[in-house]
Ligand binder design. Structure first.
Ligand code: DMJ
Length: 607
């Protein structure tokens, strides 16, 4: 080059020409660079590049020119809040003690407890290995065929839901293997057209936050991914009244399209987001997540005494108009359940700093005792309670359905926990009767496992009704006034004494019964609850274990029920975790340190 310049040097006027050439070239490069930058910025904010529309969805698939990834936190809010509702400061030192003061166990007690613990852990390891070998990174393993299911976003529901259980059971190598996968999951996009905000929150967000909490905040990727997912879910709240879209067209949300909450939303799906969003705010210091759920609670609070059964909320609520008062069917069972469960738990999560949740819970429980809980007729004349459901057609007409559901078995644990949290020890008797109601349903079935839904014969809740069992009384409930027909129905449906119908005979590996046993055990220290838990576990292990994992059951009235090729992630997240914890040392996931979300994920209470 130097030589060439020398040649040019000899020509008159070449130096200024070269300088000009260098100047124009540099200017052209700078202009081009600035143009690309501008287009890139335009691409980022308006979704256009070179005049060709590039939606956020396309950006999710193909990152932009500079490899920029789509980020949900950058989606502009159509309905931003005026000012954020902030987390209230906690007052943990004033919170009542939850757990029983456990005495030192004898050597014999310890040996028995440890052998049960080992049995539960082996069941978990078996299922985990089955998932790893057959459906690694899929949502669920199919426990009979070895295929996989992907109904929860295809983000590896079982992997994420199992993280904290792996840690709690001391499976640290497996925990490390699982955590290594978490960073690779892209929580900004999913093949599903519609995302279930509730299921995503309780399983994935709860799973990530819990794994972060129980493992001592060392694995930052867990919190980073929780934020990534939380920022996505936050966009579901961008509606005119800030009520969330619970079955969410997330692509529309990503495109900044207009959204509104539904006229018919499921109560539990709207009301059971508080713990996870609150914990995310506590861990990040960003109040927007707490703000999102606090606004829903305010609506519950304002309308609690305006519903058709004051104190309780109907299964369907109108989130589009933020009117939670119009519908008519009330239950503690499916689609409603965890709304109530989260009232006392959120009180604990906030360190008792906010009285809203105490009031919501206490008003709801008073109403439930009056309108939902019933005493089932049973042949041992035990003092049992079951939450039924009630439809109020008009102020003069209502129908009570004396139906027990596996899903409503969470109620015993909730009432026990709240009895301690709110210093209402008289409610421990109610909690015990609710737990015993579920145990009765387990013990009455030939498989030793409770069905999804059954009907029982309710006794009147009066002082004159001692609820004493007689065949005549039972038969009267099965087929009003026709003893012969009653015998036929009892034989056809294989009804155990006291049962009036089996509405859904399956067992879907659900956790609610063992969950309540665990909570009551940690609160009372009653070791007979451990014995009952062990019987339940043995019954499940005997009939639901497959070569691959554990399977749902078609009909618990059979000694050997047929298998259903499904193992939902909650079996590892909740069912086996609760079986493990009831046999673990009381300090493992102490209820004085943690509150467990509705998917069994322990979240640290603030200190
Ligand atoms: C779980 O996903 C949660 O416990 C939820 O609250 C209810 N359904 C299942 C378990 O049965």
């Amino acid at each position: 080059m130097a030589c060439a310049l020398e040649v040019f040097d000899d020509r008159p006027g070449m130096i200024p020409l070269l300088r000009r050439w260098a100047f124009y070239t540099t200017a052209a490069f700078v202009t081009l660079f600035l143009l690309i930058q501008t287009l890139h910025t335009l691409e980022h904010h308006s979704g256009r590049f070179w005049g060709k529309p590039r939606s956020p969805i396309e950006k999710l698939r193909h990152p932009g020119l500079f490899g920029t990834k789509f980020e949900w936190k950058n989606v502009p809010q159509r309905h931003p809040v005026d000012s954020l509702v902030h987390l209230p400061p906690g007052q943990l030192d004033e919170m009542p003690r939850i757990q029983h003061d456990f005495e030192v166990e004898t050597e014999a007690q310890r040996t028995q407890r440890m052998s049960r613990l080992v049995g539960v852990k082996a069941a978990f390891e078996h299922s985990w290995e089955g998932y790893k070998e057959n459906a690694w990174l899929q949502d669920e393993v199919a426990p009979v065929s070895g295929k996989s299911h992907n109904g929860f976003g295809s983000w590896g529901a079982t992997l994420v839901d199992s993280l904290d259980t792996l840690w709690i059971m001391g499976l640290r190598k497996e925990f490390a293997i699982a955590v290594a996968e978490i960073g690779k999951i892209d929580f900004t996009t999913t093949p599903l057209a519609e995302l279930n905000v509730f299921e995503t929150t309780i399983r994935y967000l709860g799973g990530l936050l819990s794994a972060f909490d129980v493992s001592g905040h060392k694995h930052k990727v867990l919190l980073r991914k929780a934020v990534e997912l939380g920022d996505m879910l936050y966009v579901a709240f961008d509606t005119p009244n800030r009520m969330p879209v619970t079955r969410w067209d997330w692509k529309n949300g990503a495109l900044g399209g207009s959204q509104e909450a539904a006229r018919f939303s499921l109560l539990a799906e709207v009301g059971s987001l508080t713990l996870e969003f609150t914990r995310l705010s506590q861990l990040t210091g960003d109040h927007k997540y707490y703000d999102a759920v606090a606004r829903i609670t305010d609506v519950f609070e304002r309308q609690q005494n305006l519903t058709k059964i004051p104190g309780l909320f109907a299964t369907f609520i109108d989130t589009k108009n933020a009117d939670f008062t119009r519908d008519t069917t009330f239950t503690f069972g499916g689609m409603s359940d965890s709304l109530y469960e989260y009232f006392p738990k959120q009180h604990l999560m906030l360190g008792g700093a906010n009285q809203q949740y105490r009031d919501l819970y206490q008003t709801a429980l008073t109403s439930a005792k009056q309108h939902l809980f019933f005493r089932p007729l049973n042949h041992h004349n035990q003092d049992l309670l079951i939450p039924g459901s009630l439809t109020r057609h008009s102020s003069a007409r209502q129908t009570f359905t004396p139906e027990g559901e596996h899903l409503s078995c969470f109620a015993g644990g909730m009432v026990a926990l709240a009895a301690k949290a709110f210093n209402q020890s008289h409610d421990l008797r109610t909690a015990r009767a609710l737990v015993d109601g579920c145990l009765w349903a387990y013990e009455s079935m030939p498989s030793g496992i409770m069905p999804e839904v059954f009907r029982a014969a309710p006794c009147q809740v009066t002082e004159t009704d001692d609820c004493a069992f007689t065949d005549a009384r039972w038969h009267q409930a099965v087929a009003k006034g026709d003893p012969e027909q009653a015998q036929t129905i009892i034989a056809d449906q294989s009804l155990a004494p006291g049962f009036v119908a089996i509405k859904d005979s399956r067992y879907m590996l659900r956790p609610e019964a063992i969950e309540s046993l665990f909570v009551l055990y940690r609160i009372t220290g009653d070791t007979t609850l451990q014995d009952k838990a062990w019987r339940m576990f043995q019954a499940i292990r005997k009939v639901a274990r497959t070569k691959i994992a554990f399977a749902g059951l078609e009909d618990v009235r059979h000694v050997r029920p047929k298998l259903i090729d499904t193992m939902e992630s909650f079996f590892l997240a909740e069912t086996l975790k609760y079986f493990y914890l009831i046999f673990a040392e009381p300090g493992v996931v102490s209820l004085d340190e943690y509150v467990l979300n509705t998917e069994g994920h322990p979240l640290l209470r603030p200190k």
